[in-house]
Design a protein around this ligand. Structure first.
Ligand code: WTA
Length: 656
């Protein structure tokens, strides 16, 4: 980590926003940014209270802004009532019913548009259908859908009737779906027959069937299936029904169910440092406020904007910047079913041109893979509509940043490198495009009201020019409220005793430069970031050892990868003799497929190395730092005197 900090601290290039951009920006110039920060410093609750009143529609106004009686279980605006779907749809109906809400482009290029009025009707019809199926306030509904207008309808319909949704990324396996259904106690699943990505159909409903078939989904009663691919899928009588059947005859309006601002809008599972993913629970009022403010501040949202976030709705980025943020702001949002390299590496740029996208938000991994696949591709397209570029999910290396800046942004567009997490709900540290000068590879400064800092192991600020742990010192409205069903884990993970329970520990290492700019280096725990997707090393390890026929022991670490940021490396001790040569290749493939089945294809280890043993201390603890060095092909310079079996290092080094 030290070397990385060194290199990023020496970044000297600075790109201030153009005077024209500053002039038209929602937060115009450094002084305007500073004024907001000062307001939050001066009167923290007054600041958030003012914004919550200005930006949300409340059916019952709140009296109390922040309740800190039982930290870290903070409550925001909790005696106020509202409905997320009302705030996303109904409030635009009088002013802009015929404005396009979503431009959807399918994998094969077919474009479908839906207006705010039409979207409202579809949401109401599905909401009525869910009610007719007996789904009620507080029930959990799992959503396992392709990128589609219907997934937005499904999420909004849940929000409308105060059911809590839990969207599971369409690439997760049956086992992962089953675990999430059980953990959330979901009563229904909304899915599709299949989805298309890169010209291939990927089944979804069969995965749900397999998940429920594994047992334990005791609360599960209904499966609603949207017909996307037309492939034949078996339907279980009494449990499964087609979307079209469910909404048939349902009314076009549905009164929103008003809920407390603290009502759980959704649960989203994410990886942590144990084998079991955590159900990050978000609120309604605070979360929605964060979505709206970041749309306006970070993406400089304007009424005429066409906004495109390329994330999948299965991740938090899709929740906040495809569904809740853009709709609550009444924006036109672009949604894409496919992949960036199909039919060729010009797909993104072609879509920007076709839909006249103004704000484009994607992941460094996508940028890196597009640089590799077609560095000249953007030049073939008219990208003059773009005014802001964004990145999210992982650190962006300065080379990729510069390419994005020159080749895509044509040196005209501010780049917002946004740092945040599933847990933070919305963007936390980022340049404001019309205020904060950018530096390649830096997320720059915290948003107004976000009290971010970098501390050492004792919780003291490290100060400028140093590295340490990224923390947030005060609660913020969009923060997670707990881990579903596991408040203890919430407390222990995010507000550890080491810091007297007072600091939110993000789990990222970061440094702060002489201008006070933040650089996020990467995770400090056993969480990997592969192509911007979070995966726990323990999660992959548990999946491997679950193969009791083949695997005796496994340890998983990360290593840097040019394309995917990090890559997964697994060290495996097999039950039989250690496989070598062709046999090793065969077993490695078998194990990769196994992990894909256990978790999902995103968790497949890139390298698998076989050893007769793993490097352990005399007390039997696996020495992961040694494995990390081996995975990276580095010389082992660490102290190995506590190692029980030093010879194993040579074997593992040569085992590739
Ligand atoms: C990493 C995605 C550097 C970080 C919204 C964080 C980043 C994890 C950035 C959260 C960034 C996200 N620069 N690192 N701009 N954005 N990260 O929960 O390690 O999928 O903790 O949320 O991604 O990933 P998650």
């Amino acid at each position: 980590m030290a070397a990385t900090i060194e290199s990023v601290l020496s970044e000297k290039r600075v790109f201030p926003p153009s005077p024209e951009f500053v002039k038209q920006a929602n937060v115009s110039g450094m002084a305007a940014y500073q004024a907001l920060c000062d307001e939050a410093e001066r009167d923290f609750e007054g600041f958030w209270g003012r914004l919550a009143k200005e930006h949300l529609h409340w059916s019952k106004p709140f009296n109390r802004v922040l309740d800190e009686a039982n930290p870290p279980f903070f409550k925001w605006f909790h005696d106020g009532e509202l409905n997320a779907s009302y705030n996303c749809l109904d409030r635009h109906l009088a002013s802009q019913p015929d404005k396009t809400a979503i431009i959807f482009e399918a994998d094969d290029g077919k474009v479908t548009k839906i207006t705010y009025k039409e979207l409202h009707r579809e949401v109401c019809r599905l909401a009525n259908a869910l009610k007719a199926l007996g789904i009620q306030r507080g029930d959990r509904v799992l959503i396992y859908m392709p990128m589609s207008i219907q997934v937005v309808v499904a999420m909004q319909a849940c929000a409308r009737i105060a059911a809590t949704h839990s969207v599971v990324f369409g690439g997760f396996s049956a086992k992962s779906v089953q675990e999430r259904i059980i953990d959330a106690g979901a009563v229904a699943v909304i899915t599709a027959d299949g989805q298309f990505r890169g010209g291939r159909e990927i089944p979804l409903k069969p995965v749900v069937d397999e998940a429920i078939g594994m047992g334990g989904c005791d609360a599960m009663r209904k499966v609603i299936v949207y017909k996307r691919s037309g492939s034949s899928v078996p339907m279980t009588a009494g449990r499964d029904l087609w979307w079209d059947e469910a909404v048939k005859g349902q009314g076009d309006t549905c009164d929103p169910v008003w809920v407390s601002a603290e009502h759980p809008l959704f649960i989203l599972y994410t990886s942590g440092s144990t084998g079991k993913p955590k159900g990050v629970q978000h609120s309604t009022g605070g979360y929605l406020l964060g979505c709206i403010l970041t749309m306006k501040w970070v993406f400089d949202n304007k009424p005429t904007d066409i906004f495109w976030c390329t994330a999948d709705v299965g991740w938090v980025t899709g929740h906040s910047y495809i569904v809740y943020g853009p709709l609550a702001c009444g924006t036109t949002v672009v949604m894409f079913e496919g992949v960036p390299t199909y039919p060729d590496a010009g797909r993104f740029w072609k879509m920007i041109q076709a839909h006249k996208v103004n704000v484009f938000y994607t992941a460094p991994t996508a940028i890196r893979s597009l640089i590799k696949a077609g560095p000249e591709e953007p030049k073939k397209y008219d990208l003059s509509s773009v005014r802001i570029l964004g990145t999210v999910g992982e650190p962006i290396n300065p080379e990729a940043w510069m390419w994005y800046h020159t080749t895509v942004g044509r040196e005209r567009c501010p780049i917002v490198d946004t740092w945040w997490q599933t847990e933070t709900g919305v963007i936390m540290i980022t340049p404001l495009p019309g205020a904060i000068p950018t530096k390649p590879g830096s997320a720059t400064l915290p948003l107004p009201g976000i009290m971010a800092d970098i501390v050492d192991e004792t919780g003291n600020s490290v100060g400028k020019g140093k590295g340490g742990l990224l923390v947030i010192k005060r609660p913020w409205p969009a923060m997670l409220r707990t881990i579903w069903g596991d408040p203890e884990r919430y407390k222990k993970t995010y507000f550890p005793d080491d810091f007297k329970g007072k600091l939110y520990l993000a789990g990222d290492g970061a440094s702060i430069d002489e201008d006070g700019y933040f650089r996020i280096v990467g995770r400090i725990d056993d969480v990997l970031n592969v192509s911007g997707h979070r995966l726990g090393t323990m999660e992959v390890e548990s999946a491997l050892v679950a193969n009791s026929k083949l695997v005796a022991e496994a340890a998983v670490v990360g290593r840097p990868d040019e394309l995917t940021g990090e890559a997964i490396v697994a060290f495996v001790v097999t039950k039989g003799p250690r496989p070598t040569g062709e046999e090793a290749k065969k077993v490695a493939q078998e194990l990769r497929d196994w992990v894909a089945k256990e978790i999902g294809a995103i968790a497949k280890p890139k390298d698998i190395r076989f050893g007769e043993n793993l490097p352990k201390t005399r007390s039997g603890k696996i020495m992961r730092r040694l494995l990390r060095s081996i995975a990276r092909g580095e010389e082992i310079t660490q102290d190995v005197t506590t190692l029980e079996n030093p010879a194993i290092l040579e074997q593992l080094k040569q085992s590739q």
